[in-house]
Design a protein around this ligand. Structure first.
Ligand SMILES: [Zn+2]
Length: 249
């Protein structure tokens, strides 16, 4: 069985890639997107992991089209340099500034094309339960409808399975994913989450806070006895705890 994973180069999608590899799926193509995000380092990490699996890394470069300028009109901080990347915990209302319009539909539609063209049965996305509140295109209802659309729109062509979207983390938390990363020996420092786009992870933006919280939670569950595991460098290593306290207050 072959799968075409969408891999951003972040912790979730890289862990998914390791999981699919562990589960013996054939992975010949990995799809990433440049939609004008500030944090292009993650694309380098996606390529690193594609190379290490011997898969072809396909970067869909939306940035070179005029689409990015249009997407910036949404007020998404990910594609518009003039909008500040919000700090703090992901659940906060201001994280809506990180929504890129219709992002998952675009990504999964293109991965679906690659799958049909190359005889793969599946595509895969690392959406997880923590994404559901803010991002409607990460919710189970959306995945379900898109599966049916992909199947229906390609009937008789290629080899797509009737349920062609693998979502191994759809009902998992970010901490579950971090724990799996540890179990699968994913080099966590070779994943990129920060939305700000500096030389190191900032430690303060929504994804950094979420990442640090998840890794901390997974570390205590997975291997409290081991000195591990995340060798990522962060500008600020303590802010995330404050942000969580504020969220709970
Ligand atoms: Zn950050």
């Amino acid at each position: 069985m072959k799968v075409v994973p969408v891999v951003s180069g972040g912790l979730d999608s890289v862990t998914m890639l390791y999981l699919l590899h562990e589960q013996d799926y054939g992975i010949e193509h990995i799809v990433s997107f440049n939609y004008g995000q500030r944090h292009k380092k993650e694309l380098d990490f996606a390529k690193y992991h594609a190379d290490s699996l011997g898969a072809e890394h396909i970067i869909i470069d939306l940035y070179r089209t005029s689409l990015t300028h249009i997407l910036a009109q949404s007020g998404s901080s990910l594609v518009d340099d003039t909008v500040d990347v919000p700090e703090g915990h992901y659940a906060e209302e201001n994280m809506k500034a990180t929504v890129v319009p219709n992002r998952n539909m675009m990504m999964l539609a293109i991965a679906g094309s690659v799958a049909v063209a190359t005889g793969a049965e599946y595509i895969a996305t690392a959406v997880h339960s923590g994404d559901h509140a803010i991002y409607p295109d990460c919710r189970p209802e959306f995945v379900d409808l898109l599966e049916r659309a992909l199947w229906s729109g390609n009937e008789g062509f290629g080899s797509l399975a009737p349920n062609p979207i693998k979502t191994p983390f759809l009902y998992r938390t970010k901490a579950d994913i971090a724990e799996m990363a540890m179990q699968l020996h994913v080099p966590i420092d070779k994943t990129w989450s920060c939305y700000v786009g500096g030389a190191k992870h900032c430690g303060r933006c929504g994804t950094c806070v979420e990442r640090l919280e998840a890794i901390d939670g997974a570390r205590s569950r997975f291997a409290p006895q081991h000195r591990i595991i995340d060798e990522t460098e962060y500008e600020d290593t303590t802010y995330w705890r404050e942000a969580l306290k504020k969220e709970l207050a």
